[in-house]
Design a protein around this ligand. Structure first.
Ligand SMILES: *[C@@H]1O[C@H](CO)[C@@H](O)[C@H](O)[C@H]1NC(C)=O
Ligand SMILES: *[C@@H]1O[C@H](CO)[C@@H](O)[C@H](O)[C@H]1NC(C)=O
Ligand SMILES: *[C@@H]1O[C@H](CO)[C@@H](O)[C@H](O)[C@H]1NC(C)=O
Ligand SMILES: *[C@@H]1O[C@H](CO)[C@@H](O)[C@H](O)[C@H]1NC(C)=O
Ligand SMILES: *[C@@H]1O[C@H](CO)[C@@H](O)[C@H](O)[C@H]1NC(C)=O
Ligand SMILES: *[C@@H]1O[C@H](CO)[C@@H](O)[C@H](O)[C@H]1NC(C)=O
Length: 429
């Protein structure tokens, strides 16, 4: 019984070894992935081969090579190596139609085969950006669309606004074996978009080097925006003052125009206009008024105004220690009125606000003065009251103590009357 089973086991082992030896005679292949236009090597190996022939055939079951013999007329297909244990062929200039299952056959009895799948990657075309109106007007809604064709598998499209990624809406359509990928971006442009670069980038496995991308720079036209800057906060008579009309617009606004109180600037040597700058070499009270500058391009006109109020020269100003009860300002309502009449003003700066502050300061100054005065009075009254009490305290308790040589004597002295204290003083000295 035991011997029989051992025999069977030995037989099985021998059979196994034999089987393994025979089964070593089978073809081995690997799947291949290649980018369109590249070269694909198809290799078929047999570990243990007698001189049995190997053959490669294409997905259409046509024989490509039988051993080292070429069977199909296609000069893209070449023999790389043919030995008894290997048959390698190459397909150059691979196209998407080359994709499919290739078969390596080993002509044993029966024939043994192995299948290798050739995957061809479709290279996405350079993306194109559509939908850009150049120039766009501020406030326009535009939709930028980026399209790339020919990718396989479908490519990924990403949008960047000046290097920073923004989210687009992607859509993928199959067209034959490849894919058309489209991504769109909806924008409402404003002046901050002027000169901004939008880039559409294609990411794909077949793009091993730099990713493909397209960039468009937005050009946004907008009406000018005007603002007046001034070199002095409190213009005083005799001082130098420079007003600058800062205007920004696309296209660049025409040269700015200055007016005073609605009419041309007075022709004075002290008043110099140079480009966007208006300079007063020495301010005079007669320069008081509303100065306006205006800039325009074909999209619109914008203006800003500055109310000049020339204060007295520094020497004639009242000393700062006594805050004036009436601030030195013009009638604020009149100035406010002039503002309200001009809705286009965007960057208006005038001393009117300063005048209002002057009023506030005067009020605050007055209140502070009153508070300080009351506090002082309180301190004085309190001081006097305390002083009086301290005085009595001293007379009652410490008069004798002053003259006492020690604490005990001091207490005795304090309890005694003044006359005694005087006597004791003399005595102790
Ligand atoms: C294909 O085989 C040839 C010859 O062995 C080799 O030079 C080439 O690099 C191989 N190509 C690929 C894509 O493996
Ligand atoms: C294969 O064929 C060659 C000659 O074509 C011969 O020399 C060799 O011995 C053969 N090998 C086997 C394993 O039959
Ligand atoms: C080769 O590709 C085929 C088809 O895509 C797949 O079924 C098979 O599992 C792949 N074989 C290997 C070894 O990757
Ligand atoms: C994809 O197909 C849909 C419907 O067939 C069509 O409306 C759309 O325009 C196509 N998109 C692309 C990117 O071709
Ligand atoms: C201001 O102008 C008036 C008249 O134009 C002139 O009389 C006066 O001296 C000027 N004041 C100063 C401080 O220049
Ligand atoms: C200009 O303002 C000053 C206040 O500093 C005032 O005294 C003067 O009368 C004003 N001049 C004109 C022409 O309004």
């Amino acid at each position: 019984m035991k011997l029989k089973s051992h025999l069977i086991f030995t037989l099985y082992t021998i059979y196994g070894i034999l089987l393994k030896g025979i089964s070593g005679q089978y073809p081995l292949v690997q799947n291949v992935t290649v980018t369109e236009g590249g070269i694909a090597n198809l290799t078929c190996r047999v570990e243990f081969n007698d001189n049995t022939s190997l053959q490669w055939s294409n997905p259409a079951q046509q024989t490509l090579f039988f051993g080292d013999k070429k069977a199909l007329r296609d000069n893209r297909i070449e023999l790389v190596r043919a030995t008894s244990s290997e048959l390698t062929i190459s397909i150059s200039d691979v196209t998407l139609s080359d994709e499919g299952m290739y078969t390596c056959s080993l002509f044993t009895m029966p024939v043994r085969t192995a299948k290798a799948y050739l995957t061809v990657l479709g290279v996405p075309e350079k993306p194109e950006i559509d939908g850009l109106t150049k120039p766009a007007m501020e406030g326009d809604h535009i939709t930028l669309t980026c399209i790339t064709q020919g990718s396989k598998p479908a490519a990924d499209l990403r949008w960047f606004r000046n290097e920073k990624e923004v989210k687009g809406a992607k859509e993928v359509n199959a067209s034959g074996k490849t894919f058309t990928v489209r991504s769109s971006l909806q924008l409402q442009v404003d002046r901050n978009d002027d000169g901004v670069a939008y880039t559409c980038r294609v990411d794909h496995v077949a793009l091993t080097q730099a990713p493909q991308q397209a960039t468009e720079v937005l050009e946004v036209h907008y009406a000018p925006r005007v603002e007046i800057t001034h070199s002095l906060e409190v213009p005083q008579e005799g001082q130098y003052l420079k007003l600058e009309c800062v205007s920004k617009g696309n296209p660049s606004p025409d040269p700015v125009m200055w007016t005073k109180d609605g009419s041309e600037l007075p022709d004075l040597d002290r008043m110099i206009v140079e480009g966007r700058e208006l300079t007063f070499t020495s301010l005079n009270k007669t320069d008081n008024g509303t100065y306006r500058c205006e800039a325009s391009n074909h999209l619109g006109t914008s203006s800003a105004q500055y109310v000049l109020y020339v204060y007295d020269a520094p020497t004639t100003l009242p000393p700062p220690t006594t805050p004036p009860l009436h601030p030195i300002t013009p009638d604020p309502t009149a100035l406010l009125g002039s503002h309200a009449s001009d809705p286009t003003v965007t960057g208006n700066r005038d001393p009117n606000a300063l005048g209002q502050h002057g009023t506030d300061h005067a009020l605050i100054g007055g209140v502070v003065a009153v508070v300080v005065f009351v506090t002082l009075c309180l301190i004085i009254v309190l001081g006097r009251y305390l002083a009086r009490h301290k005085g009595t305290y001293l007379t009652n308790e410490a008069k004798g103590a002053d003259d006492a040589p020690d604490a005990d004597t001091a207490i005795i002295n304090a309890e005694g009357n003044h006359a005694h204290a005087e006597e004791k003083k003399e005595y102790f000295i």
